[in-house]
Design a protein around this ligand. Structure first.
Ligand SMILES: Nc1ncnc2c1ncn2[C@@H]1O[C@H](COP(=O)(O)OP(=O)(O)O)[C@@H](O)[C@H]1O
Ligand SMILES: [Mg+2]
Length: 391
């Protein structure tokens, strides 16, 4: 039985129709990744399923007793609340008890109420829950319970919201790009956490490895349609390719037929009036089908006209430290054309500083950075684009 079903739902913003007549269900224990190109409506669909946004048509039904939590792409948390308040905002009795326990141990450890709460936790067998909550908070680096939400960075807010969604232990968890602000260690922990949990899952992610480790089914939102694939990402790619080849073959068939019908129409223009109307109409329809170009979903980046010399970037004996913290120690590397390099490491290890040295926003302590003459950097900052006031 489905824990959640969508029936013929449709949504448009102005003239832009995101989807129409979309129907599907989620079963207990199913772990699904929702994928699709940017702007195709994934976030909107998740918001509709989570009940934060209403569809223009159709309806969402959830099984009666289902508890659901939702992590939006950009969580909207109350700015005046503390992290602690947000993380523990739940009606689940065990969470309420643990919250009281945590609060009293820190503010009023001799209170008789505390003994009472400890007994209740004992009776509910809820200590494992407490351990789990602590694990979630520490693995997601949410270790600033007293700070106000308004003081947090976007990434910290997302981690607080993620912690809160996980702590709830819902039956169904819907997540929009959960790994965006996590470092590698947290991502690996989250992979294990989600893949071993019995919860049903629907998530949007651009991280193929994350997707493969957690989900066993893929929903693809493409041109307003939802395609389902029971398998991992490689399986999806194969099947998608088959589907597109088939569409292409159909379009080509229509084009050939259309060409023949056009010739027929042209052959005897004078007699057109007497030509069967149905055949002329059919030819027009064929024209439509033949024009149905297959839009590739892939994003292609074009580099226009600039000749790039062989040398891209040479780094020699680069060193950088902040006080005692050695970020880069005698690093030498030559970047070649077409290199694609990922830099990984836990938070605070110096990844951003390294990039800032490359683009010249930060001076190294010693060493040399030599850039090819025709090289222009594209740098997308962690904090997004920064605009000057007059831009
Ligand atoms: N509240 C809104 N008002 C108007 N347009 C919106 C709104 N939310 C999203 N859109 C538009 O709908 C499209 C789909 O957005 P979204 O669901 O965020 O896509 P995705 O998550 O797949 O990138 C985009 O073109 C976006 O600009
Ligand atoms: Mg989105």
């Amino acid at each position: 039985m489905n824990i959640l079903s969508a029936e013929k739902i449709g949504k448009a913003y102005g003239h832009k129709v995101l989807f129409e007549d979309l129907s599907f269900g989620l079963e207990q224990g199913q772990k699904v990744a929702l994928i699709g190109v940017n702007g195709c409506g994934k976030s909107t669909l998740l918001k509709i399923l989570a009940g934060l946004e209403s569809p223009d048509s159709g309806q969402i039904t959830t099984r009666n007793d289902v508890r659901l939590s939702f992590l939006p792409q950009e969580p909207d948390l109350p700015p005046e609340k503390t992290v602690y308040e947000v993380v523990f905002r739940s009606d689940v009795p065990a969470i309420r008890l643990i919250e009281t326990y945590e609060r009293l141990t820190h503010t009023d450890p001799t209170s008789p109420k505390l003994t009472e709460v400890i007994n209740q936790i004992e009776a509910m067998d809820a200590w494992t829950y407490e351990v789990k909550i602590k694990e979630i908070l520490s693995k997601l680096d949410v270790d600033y319970p007293d700070r106000l939400i308004s003081e947090l960075s976007g990434g910290q807010r997302k981690r607080v919201a993620l912690a809160q969604a996980l702590i709830e232990e819902p039956d169904l968890i819907i997540m929009d790009e959960p790994t965006n602000h996590l470092d590698l260690a947290s991502i690996e922990w989250l992979e294990k956490f989600l893949s071993t949990s019995k919860q049903s899952l629907l998530l949007v992610t651009h991280d193929r490895y994350f997707l493969d480790r957690i989900t066993n089914e893929i929903f693809e939102l493409d041109g307003g349609n939802l395609y389902r694939y029971k398998g991992n990402y490689s399986y999806f790619l194969t099947k998608k390719d088959e589907r597109e080849q088939q569409q292409l073959a159909e379009t080509e068939k229509a084009q050939n037929l259309f060409r023949r019908e056009l010739e027929w129409l042209r052959r005897a223009p004078k007699a057109r009036g007497s030509k069967a109307k149905y055949r002329i109409d059919a030819a027009h329809e064929l024209g439509e089908a033949a024009r149905k170009r297959h839009d590739s979903a892939e994003v292609t980046l074009q580099v226009k006209g600039r000749r790039i010399g062989g040398k891209v970037l040479e780094i020699k004996h680069l060193r950088k430290a902040y006080g005692d913290l050695n970020l880069v120690d005698n690093f030498t590397y030559t970047f070649a054309r077409r290199d694609r390099i990922g830099i990984t490491g836990p938070n605070g290890v110096g990844k951003t500083t390294f990039l800032r040295m490359i683009v010249g926003e930060e001076e190294p302590d010693s060493g040399k950075l030599r850039t090819g003459d025709t090289i222009v950097y594209g740098y997308y900052r962690q904090s997004g684009f920064r605009f000057k006031d007059n831009q």
